[in-house]
Design a protein around this ligand. Structure first.
Ligand code: SIN
Length: 488
């Protein structure tokens, strides 16, 4: 059993938040949340299902009327209060996050600040939900567009960023005047429930935020089939996203889908190789490679391939694998044994297909959820590893000759989330940025996520944007008013 020493023990709860009450599952069922680094039990949480979800939808629907009537400024103040409490409790929230998710404490602190930055951002945007006037086609008419909240929103979030992914859905939803029913991943529900505790402390009215974990299929089915849920925002895998979009079609819900990626990281021969290595390390090994925007394939121009590889290996030697709660650790465990097994199987398959594992300096077995940071050399386009999302600390290196070839390889995937390239050539910056079929491009940058920017993908990486002023659009419907009979 992991005993968490929190300054505010109240933040650790396993109950579901429905209509302002902290409740158990109707049948009393529970499920365990464990620490992936140690396998220890952290807490038991309520195992909710369809009935509890229906109750949460009803609560969100009831709260909607008053919440949407508040001025943008009032909603902004609630969000600001929530933000401030999250920042105040950052250390506790980070400890909770590392315990249930595994990422190093420094990254967990970064995630809490990252999540809070979306709340701050949308607290500000809540005051700026502008409409539009359009010159009418006849002089006795006026055309006005207003933007109104879509209604009750279902937010389904993953285990890789249990705090930030939820914050960046709830914040724009609440800013827009929507209420939410949230289903965090069952591996990491405690960070989400802690956000609920702080939302309550910030005075956000009962029913505006509802959070429940449990039987995923039952909860998903209740959320997608309910006519009272008007939008679903999902972050997770592409196969699950496709199923959810299909399930939402029955009630014609709006959807935002932040799905899988297969990010290329291209190093041209004119690039600053030290900076490129720094960017590759940050982009590849953040959260042990478990992010949708993680570098998945490193494409290096032939003439600098060997020097880049040598520099990358040196940088990789400095990685410290271990329990994220331990000082100095930079790569934690993967989320569960199955995830680790999958990544190891991908490495084995790549080797069977001709890739070479470059010897590394990391300890073999820290536990069943750990995977050693691995550099795969001589990877080619026909290998499975470059077609799949790895979601682990594996860096496959591929060689290319020309800019055209790099772009062709980079775009040869059904995914289109993040991409990266390093060059010192100003013209190439524009040419390559425009040619990459991706929603996001990092140019001489390995970390591109922040609240001021529109995060999202194209192709099978999904649709919709989170963050920036565009992030609010996903939670607003345009209403057009035609006012006639205006006599002159
Ligand atoms: C994700 O992996 O889904 C999100 C990563 C990020 O926000 O940077």
């Amino acid at each position: 059993m992991t005993t968490l020493k929190l300054k505010c023990p109240e933040l650790l709860t396993g109950r579901a938040l429905i209509g302002g009450s902290w409740v158990n599952a109707l049948d009393g069922g529970t499920r365990s949340v464990t620490n992936p680094a140690t396998g220890d039990l952290i807490a038991e949480i309520t195992d909710c299902g369809a009935e509890e979800t229906m109750a949460a939808i009803t609560a969100a629907d009831r709260a909607l009327h008053e919440w949407r009537q508040l001025s943008g400024k009032s909603r902004s103040q609630f969000l600001r209060g929530w933000h401030d409490l999250i920042v105040y409790h950052l250390e506790d929230l980070a400890n909770l996050l590392t315990a249930e998710q595994g990422k190093p404490l420094a990254e967990a602190r970064g995630e809490i600040a990252y999540g809070a930055s979306y709340i701050e951002w949308f607290a500000e945007e809540a005051k700026r939900i502008y409409g539009e006037t359009i010159p009418a086609r006849s002089s006795d008419q006026r055309i006005v567009c207003t933007r109104q909240p879509v209604g009750v929103v279902a937010c389904i979030t993953p285990w890789n960023f249990p705090n930030a992914m939820l914050a960046r859905k709830i914040a724009p939803a609440l800013a827009a005047g929507c209420t939410v029913v949230c289903k965090p991943a069952n591996e990491t529900p405690l960070s989400a429930l802690a956000l609920g505790v702080l939302a309550e402390k910030a005075g956000i009215p009962a029913g505006v935020i509802n959070i429940l974990a449990g039987r995923t299929e039952d909860i998903g089915e209740a959320l997608t089939s309910s006519p009272n849920v008007r939008k679903l925002s999902f972050t997770g895998s592409t196969p699950v996203g496709k199923k959810l979009v299909a399930a939402c079609a029955g009630t014609m819900k709006r959807t935002s889908m932040e799905l899988g990626g297969n990010a290329p990281f291209i190093v041209f021969d004119d690039a600053n190789l030290d900076k490129a290595v720094q960017g590759a390390m940050a982009s590849k090994f953040r959260n042990a490679g478990q992010t949708c925007v993680c570098t998945n394939r490193i494409l290096v121009q032939s003439s600098v391939y060997d020097s880049f590889k040598a520099k990358l290996l040196v940088a990789m030697k400095d990685l410290v694998v271990g329990d994220g709660a331990d000082k100095g650790v930079t790569v934690g465990p993967l989320i569960h044994e199955r995830a680790a097994w999958n990544v190891k199987a991908m490495i084995d398959r790549a080797v069977a297909q001709g890739a070479q594992v470059v010897p590394d300096h990391h300890p073999e077995a820290l536990g069943p959820c750990f995977v050693r940071p691995t550099l795969l050399d001589q990877v080619t386009t026909d290998m499975d590893i470059v077609q799949q999302e790895i979601f682990g600390p594996v860096a496959p290196l591929m060689r290319f000759e020309t800019e055209e070839e790099a772009i062709r390889i980079a775009n040869d995937t059904p995914f289109g989330l993040a991409s990266y390239f390093y060059t010192a050539d100003a013209a190439r910056v524009w040419r390559v940025s425009e040619a990459l079929d991706y929603g996001m491009v990092g140019v001489n940058e390995g970390i591109i996520s922040n609240e001021a920017a529109p995060f999202g993908g194209i192709k099978e990486s999904g649709h919709g944007r989170e963050g920036s002023r565009h992030g609010l659009d996903d939670y607003l419907d345009i209403k057009y008013l035609c006012v006639g009979g205006i006599e002159q």
